[in-house]
Design a protein around this ligand. Structure first.
Ligand code: C5P
Length: 412
């Protein structure tokens, strides 16, 4: 989820064109405002058949523009003023007809007019198409979409699924929360463009029997934030996640695993194809030697207290150390995380040498697990640097910036 400062200071022109998905634009307006943006809504005539300007005015806190003949602007040029003030124009929903107008450079209504009049270098245009699946797949629409993309527009979605008409297929507008994430990501600097990042996240679960196991309190939030921040920075991201209930960040490839062995089996073949490896997972150090086929039962037959079954443990593979031992050329630039309960920096220093990795990110485990906030200390060969305390996404973005700065030699 975006933080209240993710769009702070950004002025967004939100354009609505005709489509049932206009109902999602109301929620989107609310989310953009909550993320700190000022939102200027512009509606076409068709959009006003689906939702009223009053609703969007109330949610954005600004009077809506619907006509190029609006006399509120002293210079009578709303298309110039609106497009010069905007940090971005987001059209959601963007109908087939509206995309066709853009493709042809037509300017029959205020919204198309201001898209045409925008300074292309400084005012990006993002489109969230929404239409029936046949309209979307029609060659004319596909031709128009390719044309507006070639002309510099960023096309977000559409998604596949149930449609208002009862059909199922491509053409659903992305959800409001997804569009918010896309817009936030759009504004992040592309520090890892052309790079790839492999991330492990969450706890592992080591089965004792079919219903019980050994695990820990890791929520996965830090690793998911790292995956999201790397994707926002333009990297190709693979996230290998232990058992957690977190949504997959947009644009991230996710592989779910349960045990440490499964995590190792997923990570090791993928590591050589990635430029960076960030191991945030709280991997269980040990697993039971034997997993019982059936649930272990207390035996009360003798009437006396039963003795618990012996639990014999064996060590799990150290995934980070194994990746760090890959031969040069196959080895990504490795970052470990160290959740300590005391002597955070000293332990991190020792861990960095033991695992032979260039960077360990240390944090105080008990206070970080499950929390939205964290404090990170970067420990490398030069020493220790503390990042300012913040929410996990802000810290993850700072870490991504550090990776880009410290490892300019990583080219994949
Ligand atoms: O080994 P220790 O838990 O102290 O080190 C933590 C770091 O090592 C984290 O980056 C964690 O993801 C990684 N690790 C691993 N495989 C293990 C244990 C830890 O990748 N079996």
């Amino acid at each position: 989820m975006a933080s209240p400062t993710d769009l702070q200071g950004r002025h967004i022109v939100l354009g609505l064109t005709g489509g049932v998905a206009c109902y999602k634009a109301a929620e989107l307006t609310r989310l953009l405002v909550k993320a700190g943006a000022t939102v200027q809504v512009v509606m076409t005539d068709a959009a006003q058949q689906f939702i009223t300007a009053a609703t969007l005015q109330a949610l954005s806190g600004r009077a809506v523009f619907t006509s190029q003949w609006d006399t509120r602007e002293p210079n009578a040029m709303p298309h110039i003023n609106l497009s010069r003030q905007a940090d971005a124009i987001l059209v959601a929903p963007a109908s087939a007809d509206f995309i066709a107008q853009l493709a042809q450079g037509r300017a029959g209504e205020l919204l198309a007019l201001l898209c045409l009049a925008r300074p292309v270098q400084t005012c990006p245009l993002l489109l969230a198409p929404a239409m029936n699946r046949e309209m979307w797949s029609h060659p004319a629409t596909q031709r128009n979409v390719a044309q507006v993309a070639a002309d510099g527009a960023v096309v977000l979605g559409p998604a596949a699924g149930d449609q208002a008409c009862g059909e199922v297929g491509d053409g659903r507008m992305l959800e409001a929360a997804e569009l918010l994430d896309e817009l936030v990501a759009f504004f992040q600097p592309k520090l890892l463009a052309g790079r790839s990042v492999l991330v492990t996240a969450g706890p592992t679960f080591e089965a004792i029997d079919p219903v019980r196991g050994i695990t820990n309190h890791s929520s996965g939030k830090m690793g998911f934030a790292v995956a999201r921040a790397a994707a926002e920075a333009g990297a190709r991201v693979t996230l290998v996640a232990g058992p957690v209930h977190l949504p997959t960040p947009r644009g991230v490839r996710r592989i779910d695993v349960v045990s440490a062995q499964q995590m190792a089996d997923a990570v090791l073949p993928l590591a050589p194809e990635h430029g960076f490896f960030v191991a945030t997972a709280a991997v269980a150090d040990w697993r039971p030697v034997q997993v019982a086929d059936q649930k272990l039962k207390k035996d009360r037959s003798a009437g006396a207290p039963t003795s618990p079954p012996p639990l014999v443990l064996t060590e799990n593979p150290d995934i980070l150390a194994a990746v760090a031992r890959l031969p040069a050329g196959q080895r990504p630039w490795c970052v470990g995380f160290a959740a300590e309960s005391e002597h955070v920096v000293e332990n991190a220093r020792a861990k960095r040498l033991r695992k032979d990795v260039p960077l360990i990110v240390a944090n105080h485990g008990p206070s970080a697990f499950g929390s939205e906030h964290n404090t990170l200390v970067l420990v490398d060969a030069q020493g220790a640097t503390e990042l300012p305390r913040g929410d996990k996404l802000t810290l993850a973005r700072a870490l991504v910036a550090e990776l880009a700065r410290r490892a300019p030699e990583v080219q994949r």
